[in-house]
Design a protein around this ligand. Sequence first.
Ligand code: HPA
Length: 290
Amino acid sequence: MESSGRLGKTYSYDSIESMANLIRGKINIKPVIGIICGTGLAGLGDRVEHKEVFSYEDIPDFPVSTVKGHKSKFVFGYIEGKPVMCMLGRFHFYEGYSLSELTVSIRVMSLLGVKTLFVTNASGGVNRDYKVGDMMIIKDHINMPGLAGNNPLTGPNEERFGTRFPAISNAYDHDLRRLAHEVATDLGYASFLREGVYCMVAGPSFESPAEIRFINCVGGDVVGMSTCPEVIVARHCGLRVFGLSLITNKCIMFGEETEDEANHEEVLQIGAKRNTDIQALFEKLISKMD
Ligand code: HPA
């Protein structure tokens, strides 16, 4: 690990390869699917069969999650017979990590053989039609920190991972989105299933009503504090991505102010309620995908 000016901590290819080798030396499973379990959605790790666990703290220089509702370990195993690795505990910009730290796990996954990344997150509903407890298939994103100069690929490009200027136009795989719609309909989720645009903000403060009006105006359906850096790094190294967002609270829009305030406990409670529905969706999706 190196420290590189305004980018903060960065990782060389060799240091990421050492992390992957360390894991490979201790874990027998060769994952092809990586799953990032967002805030309150760690239950997916319980559905993994023939588990093998690797704690983040056992990987030198690997970050450790500091947020309530996040653990700090990889769970390897099988879902529907397919080898997976789940990240229980992800990292957020607001924790003070550099963008390289936020995303190093994606590169480790790629070196371990992962080809498809599933990301989940909790978000606030900006679209006025969305309700608390709805699930949204992510069809595109607005990376606010990235637009403001905090793109995880800033700095020297490592060609062994990917190209200098990767396209992000088809970041959220079309076929997986279509399959997820089919699976969700079969499961009876149609009434609470959405598809829309995820807008990332840096946090940790929730957004002001004027900021929510802004996000709504520019086409964001939900807002959250994660996901975009991981997805950009995943696309850079050629992973196929599927993203699902759980709407845990309704954002307060300018002109619609109430006494209610967004809070983290609410986010965790709704996550716990929908946990099993999301697990069922992922299991069916994994069983049907090629
Ligand atoms: N804003 C930002 N991030 C979030 C929210 C929100 O309202 N809810 C869950 N994560």
